[in-house]
Design a protein around this ligand. Structure first.
Ligand SMILES: [Zn+2]
Length: 270
C-alpha cells in the first residue's frame, strides 16, 4: 500500500531531510531496470515516471517484481483477501502495461507478511539472474525520521541484499545455476525511492500523465477523484525538488553503487 498518500512514496509524506549538494540529474537510462516493489501501486508511485520515460525514450527493459499480493489493502469489511488479491493482480498488469514494463514476477507473499527469509532472498535473486538488470529499484529501507510499512522495509532490504550478497556469486543458491540454467549476475547500482536523502533525480515532465494513469489503474486503492485531479496532485508532488534541481518535475532516488565488477573489490575479497 502507498504510504499516507494515494500518490506514492515520492509524495509529501517522505521528509527530505538531507539532500546532498552533490546530487546528479541523470539523463541516461539503464539497459534493464528491475523494480522490486512490496505492494501493487508502490512501484508506480515511486518510480513510474522514470520507468515510463526510460522504456519509451531509451528502450529500457523494465521488469517488476511484485513481492506481496496486496490482499489486505482495503477498508471494505466484506472484501475477501482472495478476491482482493486477484483484483490487484489484474490492476498491476494494467498499470505495468501503461508504464511499458516487459514483465511482472508475482511472488504472492501475503500482504503484511514479508519476512527477510532465505526463500524471499532466493526469489529476488532468481529474478536478478533471469533478467540481468544493471539497475535495481526498490524502497529505501533505511529511513530514520519517518516510519514506513513493514513490507516496504523488508522488500527494500531483500532487494539490496539479493543484488549485493547473493546474485553475483556461484556459491549462493547454486541450484539456480546447476538445475535452472541461470548464471550469477552483478547488478551495478540501486535507486531507492521514498528516501529521505535522494541524490539522483530523473526529469519526468512528459510522463506525469503516464504515472497518473498507471496509479489510476490500481482502482481498488484509489479514492474518488477525476484523472485531472490526480494529475494535478501528482504533478504538484513532482515539484518538491524543483528549488534544488532547477527542474520542474522530477522523481528522486538515493543511489547505491555496488562496485561488484571493479578490480579493487575483487582484490579485497578474493
Ligand atoms: Zn506499499
Amino acid at each position: 500500500m502507498l504510504q499516507n498518500t494515494q500518490f506514492g512514496m515520492s509524495g509529501p509524506s517522505v521528509p527530505a531531510t538531507s539532500i546532498s549538494p552533490d546530487f546528479e540529474i541523470v539523463t541516461t537510462a539503464p539497459r534493464v531496470a528491475l523494480a522490486v516493489t512490496p505492494h501493487p501501486d508502490d512501484c508506480e508511485g515511486g518510480c513510474g515516471g522514470a520507468l515510463a520515460k526510460w522504456v519509451k525514450e531509451f528502450g529500457t527493459e523494465a521488469v517488476v517484481v511484485m513481492c506481496t499480493n496486496g490482499n489486505k489493502g482495503t477498508s471494505e469489511r466484506d472484501m475477501t483477501p482472495e478476491t482482493l488479491a486477484a483484483t490487484r493482480e489484474v490492476e498491476q498488469r494494467a498499470a505495468s502495461d501503461i508504464v511499458g514494463a516487459k514483465d511482472i514476477v508475482f511472488l504472492r507473499h501475503p500482504d503484511g507478511g514479508l519476512e527477510d527469509t532465505m526463500l524471499f532472498r532466493s526469489q529476488v535473486t532468481r529474478a536478478i539472474r533471469q533478467y540481468k538488470p544493471d539497475l535495481i529499484m526498490c524502497i529505501d529501507p533505511y529511513r530514520s525520521t519517518s516510519h514506513t510499512h513493514r513490507d516496504h522495509r523488508m522488500s527494500g532490504q531483500v532487494a539490496l541484499d539479493a543484488a549485493f550478497t547473493y546474485a553475483w556469486s556461484y556459491q549462493h543458491f547454486p541450484e539456480q545455476i546447476t538445475e535452472e540454467g541461470l548464471e550469477p549476475h552483478m547488478v551495478e547500482q540501486a535507486y531507492m525511492w521514498g528516501s529521505e536523502s535522494p541524490d539522483v533525480f530523473i526529469e519526468i515532465g512528459d510522463y506525469l500523465e503516464a504515472k497518473t494513469l498507471s496509479l489510476e489503474a490500481h482502482a481498488s486503492q484509489m479514492s474518488p477523484a477525476t484523472t485531472e485531479e490526480r494529475l494535478s496532485r501528482i504533478s504538484n508532488n513532482a515539484t518538491r525538488y524543483k528549488d534544488l534541481t532547477g527542474i520542474e518535475y522530477t522523481e528522486g532516488f538515493r543511489r547505491i553503487r555496488f562496485g561488484l565488477g571493479n578490480l579493487d573489490w575483487q582484490l579485497l575479497y578474493s
